[in-house]
Write a protein that binds this ligand. Structure first.
Ligand code: FES
Length: 152
């Protein structure tokens, strides 16, 4: 999940090298590469005549952008109140153990990024885990570990 500078040039061309399309360009790079590599940001900065400081500010302001490589699948364990009282901490702990990473980390093979989030808005299903757009309810350590097998 990396991206070549040639591909970045294609994306810039699709947006007519218009600096007002900067966010759309960054979103496309994030989508294709899984993160915003530093060399790509420098390239975009030069091609669009946008300061590195502005790019840095945008990249860190929007939560959907990441400056470090992320996994192909983003796994979020809800640790909001309803999930917390029903064992979210144990679910998270089990996933950290299964994946060999801590919350906020990415597996070395970039298969998963694991994170904890606050209330996914489906508290009646607590504890809840989300992978990409899919939500799994009434989780426990065993069920959460089985979810991993669905994603390669
Ligand atoms: S607290 Fe987990 S979904 Fe609301």
């Amino acid at each position: 999940m990396d991206i070549s500078l040639e591909r970045v040039d294609e994306i810039l061309l699709e947006h007519d090298y218009d600096s007002s399309a900067l966010i759309a360009v960054l979103q496309q790079v994030q989508h294709e590469a899984g993160y915003l590599p530093v060399d790509v940001l420098v390239h975009i900065s030069e091609k669009l005549g946008v300061s590195a400081a502005r790019l840095q500010a945008l990249s860190t302001f929007y939560k959907s952008f990441s400056l470090v490589p992320t996994g192909r699948h983003k796994m979020a364990v809800c640790t909001g109140t309803a999930c917390h009282v029903r064992g979210a901490a144990q679910v998270l702990e089990g996933l950290e153990r299964e994946l060999g990473i801590k919350s906020g980390g990415t597996t070395p093979d970039r298969r998963f990024t694991l994170e904890s989030v606050r209330c996914l808005g489906c508290c009646s299903l607590a504890p809840v885990v989300r992978v990409g757009e899919r939500v799994y309810g009434t989780m426990d350590q065993r069920k959460a570990a089985r979810i991993l097998e669905e994603y390669q």
